[in-house]
Design a protein around this ligand. Sequence first.
Ligand SMILES: Cc1cc2nc3c(=O)[nH]c(=O)nc-3n(C[C@H](O)[C@H](O)[C@H](O)COP(=O)(O)OP(=O)(O)OC[C@H]3O[C@@H](n4cnc5c(N)ncnc54)[C@H](O)[C@@H]3O)c2cc1C
Length: 307
Amino acid sequence: MVEKVVILGSGPAGLTAALYAARDDLKPIIIGGFNAGGQLMLTTEVENYPGFPSGIYGAELIDSMRKQAEKFGAVFVNDDVKEVDFNSRPFKLKTAAAKFEAHSVVVATGASARWLGIESEKKFIGKGVSSCATCDGAFFKNKEVAIVGGGDTALEDAIFLAKFATKVHIIHRRDEFKASRLAQDRARANPKIDFILNSEVTEILGSGSVTGLRVANNKTNETSDIRVDGLFVAIGYKPNTGFLKGALDLDEQGYIVVSDEVKTKIDGIFVAGDVADKIYKQAVVAAGAGAKAALEVRFYLQRNDLM
Ligand SMILES: Cc1cc2nc3c(=O)[nH]c(=O)nc-3n(C[C@H](O)[C@H](O)[C@H](O)COP(=O)(O)OP(=O)(O)OC[C@H]3O[C@@H](n4cnc5c(N)ncnc54)[C@H](O)[C@@H]3O)c2cc1C
């Protein structure tokens, strides 16, 4: 059987595409990924998704989005796509357990933040440890935070966090920064920001919530503990596009190259969300792109008499 549309990913982008496609009676199949729900499953409270004045838990928001798409007939498969063939039509996709054929595809496989990889970090992700200053900065009003990283994002996020926090420690494993000179100068000029250089976080301290960090100087091997209420990790993102190499154009960082936000070089293959978004990385932006991609699916199927 050839599906009208198969959607890859079940974060805000995939679920919104699923809702629109299901309401258009396209009976979408959503191959939602082994880690169903995407990045919002890693956080607790989301305060900037419109429509929820008291905030909403990330997992609850995802669950509601999924139920809303299911109500109109979306069907979910909790697996990862391993292989695609976009060279011939219908398009072909494979998971470990099944094969699919589709007239159109929406790729919404998102991105994964790079984390430090230390054991204590897992315990606190979404509970004091975050990869998203835009999302979680406001939770740290009048608190002390640290940010790990040495690129533009780390320094710009530090300046942003200093609006809320009483103190922002920038922890960087080298004594030089990749960030632009302008970002460095602005961070250095900010009295709330200090620098802990040639240093790495080896442990996040606390029981229910973060109370501090153990930091090791990689030149002297000395360790020290600093008191913080939160840690932001700004060491990069990796788009989930490994399975697309050779099938779609990817940029040097692995993001899908798009035109008009959701179109690829192949008519019938559309893209939505963080998998093509280096800048905004927000749930509402991903959801908006999911709606656009699903509308493009409808236009494509109509143009080609495949509705
Ligand atoms: C800790 C944290 C807190 C955040 N807080 C907020 C917040 O408060 N507000 C906000 O707006 N944003 C927040 N964000 C950002 C937000 O989560 C993302 O911008 C948003 O989830 C992107 O949606 P997406 O659908 O593009 O991708 P994702 O949410 O990354 O979802 C991608 C989906 O694709 C699936 N997938 C991956 N590979 C495959 C494959 N090969 N085959 C099939 N499926 C695959 C994954 O399993 C997942 O279901 C936060 C992010 C993090 C990490």
